[in-house]
Design a protein around this ligand. Structure first.
Ligand SMILES: *[C@@H]1O[C@H](CO)[C@@H](O)[C@H](O)[C@H]1NC(C)=O
Ligand SMILES: *[C@@H]1O[C@H](CO)[C@@H](O)[C@H](O)[C@H]1NC(C)=O
Ligand SMILES: *[C@@H]1O[C@H](CO)[C@@H](O)[C@H](O)[C@H]1NC(C)=O
Ligand SMILES: *[C@@H]1O[C@H](CO)[C@@H](O)[C@H](O)[C@H]1NC(C)=O
Ligand SMILES: *[C@@H]1O[C@H](CO)[C@@H](O)[C@H](O)[C@H]1NC(C)=O
Ligand SMILES: *[C@@H]1O[C@H](CO)[C@@H](O)[C@H](O)[C@H]1NC(C)=O
Ligand SMILES: *[C@@H]1O[C@H](CO)[C@@H](O)[C@H](O)[C@H]1NC(C)=O
Length: 345
């Protein structure tokens, strides 16, 4: 079911040179959001039977919905490039969205430029319609979508919330924190967009949303028992897990007896966890009614030498994406931004 061959094995254990707090590059969040939601959109847009409310008293801005918002048949949305677009982008501004955690509020954190907000994904062979929040809400009517994973997934969740909340009046939506979940509800549509903290997808000692160990990790490779109750029945499940595994070449884990803690090669551990998760999916998901998405590897870009060569510092003051095909460094992903940053749940 899943191709696990892309897991890098060529990792080193070099300790990070610099203990500063790093933030995930916003572009990564935006790109992940796009890739994650595109498939949802595509599946739904294909049947072209979406009824959109043209007038709605709850809307802040009237939105024109036109027929050319349908993605072309056979459009390969996965091959393309990022183009800078200050005409139709950004899709929302940081200051208009109250739901972002401090970690990703670049402007409030003092970032001087806003250039990074204007990157738009452009497939090679076709055009994508501009993201339409109303259309998304209409698709989510009477439904729940849940983003499950780590802080990258929280970025996806927050981006989705910010994208749709931009068109709805203030009294119409609310966010509720019930760890490990965050639930954003839009009453008019009886829809909810949810986030579920589970950095390994399977159970681990890092599952508490606000008080979890970061350096000390212990994963229960054979169980999703603690999580499954809250995943059951959700209409659209978007899973993501990768970065938390790639902390060291080995990870402490159990399989079967919880007394028997062993150090597993992360490649093996990740594969076993995905198999556990896959078994749950196969016996619990009704493909007629539910959809499941999965995102794995995220590129890292934490060192300035990746841009233009130089000393091994951090990515401070880098404002342009790295050009050309680029698969990222093979260095270990470190979670410094979580270690020293405040817990952003
Ligand atoms: C929507 O369409 C109307 C009529 O075609 C036009 O006057 C208006 O400017 C459009 N609004 C937006 C937000 O594009
Ligand atoms: C977009 O960027 C170009 C080039 O920087 C600039 O000339 C133009 O005024 C900008 N347009 C808008 C709408 O900001
Ligand atoms: C609201 O949505 C939930 C699913 O999220 C559904 O079970 C329920 O029937 C919906 N309520 C109404 C009034 O349609
Ligand atoms: C956080 O978790 C640790 C270990 O489980 C526990 O000892 C500590 O009391 C918890 N702290 C808070 C604030 O809940
Ligand atoms: C596994 O746990 C032991 C005991 O806590 C610890 O000494 C060891 O460093 C851990 N291994 C890894 C890969 O973290
Ligand atoms: C982990 O397993 C993979 C696949 O079997 C192997 O290629 C890799 O060298 C192993 N890593 C370590 C650190 O032993
Ligand atoms: C940041 O980058 C700009 C443009 O490259 C440069 O002019 C400036 O000196 C840099 N600032 C710092 C503190 O390195």
């Amino acid at each position: 079911m899943l191709n696990l061959n892309s897991t890098p094995t060529n990792m080193t254990t070099q300790p990070p040179q610099d203990r500063k707090i790093f933030f995930l590059f916003p572009l990564a969040l935006i790109s992940l959001l796009l890739l994650g939601t595109l498939r949802i959109l595509l599946d739904n847009l294909k049947n072209n039977q979406i009824q959109i409310l043209r007038q709605n008293k709850f809307l802040k801005v009237p939105i024109n919905v036109s027929e050319n918002e349908i993605i072309e048949e056979n459009c390969n949305v996965f091959e393309g490039k990022w183009v800078w677009d200050n005409v139709t982008y950004p899709l929302y501004k940081e200051e208009t969205c109250p739901y972002l955690v401090k970690q990703v509020t670049c402007q409030r954190n003092g970032r001087p430029d806003s250039f990074y907000q204007n990157w738009r994904w452009q497939p090679h062979g076709c055009n994508l319609p501009r993201f339409n929040p109303l259309k998304m809400l209409e698709m989510l009517r009477d439904k729940r979508i849940m983003f499950i994973g780590d802080s990258i997934q929280r970025g996806m969740f927050e981006s989705m919330v910010c994208l749709v909340q931009s068109v709805i009046a203030d009294f119409d939506h609310s966010i509720e924190r019930v760890p490990p979940r965050k639930i954003f509800r839009i009453e008019e549509f009886n829809a909810s967009i949810e986030y579920y903290w589970a950095p390994f997808m399977v159970e681990s000692i890092s599952d508490h949303a606000t008080n979890h160990t970061v350096m000390k990790r212990l994963v229960k490779l054979d169980s999703v028992e603690k999580h499954r109750k809250l995943w059951e029945g959700v209409d659209v499940l978007v899973f993501e897990s990768y970065v938390w595994w790639m902390h060291k070449p080995f990870i402490n884990a159990t399989y079967g007896s919880t007394e028997n803690v062993q150090e597993y090669n992360v490649t093996t551990a990740y594969k076993l966890a995905l198999e556990t998760w896959g078994r749950w999916i196969e016996s619990n998901i009704n493909p007629q009614r539910q959809k499941v998405f999965f995102a794995t590897m995220s590129p890292t870009h934490l060192w300035n030498w990746e841009w233009k060569g130089g000393i091994d510092g951090n990515c401070f003051n880098e404002t342009q994406p790295i050009e050309g095909p680029y698969w990222g460094t093979e260095k270990m992903v470190t979670l410094q931004f979580l270690v020293k940053g405040e817990v952003n749940y």
